[in-house]
Design a protein around this ligand. Structure first.
Ligand code: SF4
Ligand code: SF4
Length: 102
């Protein structure tokens, strides 16, 4: 089990989540953040921090976002080199961020 970042994070990247993670298992690319399922300890600290409710326990990921489970595993592994994020940064709130357009 692990926690998974899903679609609402896409193009928003509020980054409140990574600050509270005790095992620093968040990674980012230009579009969103990902959780490394090998390091996540399911503490749930990050869940209430996300303003767009993008983070779910793997068992509770909504049906339409199931593909994000594998995506988090693949992208976090690929971003080990320079994608580690442990501190809050300015939100991206790009054009595809749901919160901005809502
Ligand atoms: S707080 Fe939510 S929207 Fe922000 S980076 Fe984390 S998962 Fe993405
Ligand atoms: S559930 Fe806990 S360990 Fe897993 S990503 Fe969130 S804060 Fe980190």
């Amino acid at each position: 089990m692990a926690h998974v970042v899903t679609q609402p994070c896409y193009d928003c990247k509020y980054t409140d989540c990574c600050v509270v993670c005790p095992v620093e298992c968040f990674y980012q690319d230009d579009k969103m953040l990902y959780i490394d399922p090998n390091d996540c300890i399911d503490c749930e600290a990050c869940v209430p921090e996300c303003p767009v409710e993008a983070i779910y326990a793997e068992a509770n990921v909504p049906a339409q976002w199931q593909s994000f489970i594998q995506l988090n595993a693949e992208r976090s592994a690929a971003l080990k080199g320079d994608g580690h994020i442990t501190e809050k940064q300015e939100p991206k709130e790009g054009p595809e961020c749901k919160k901005v357009s809502a």
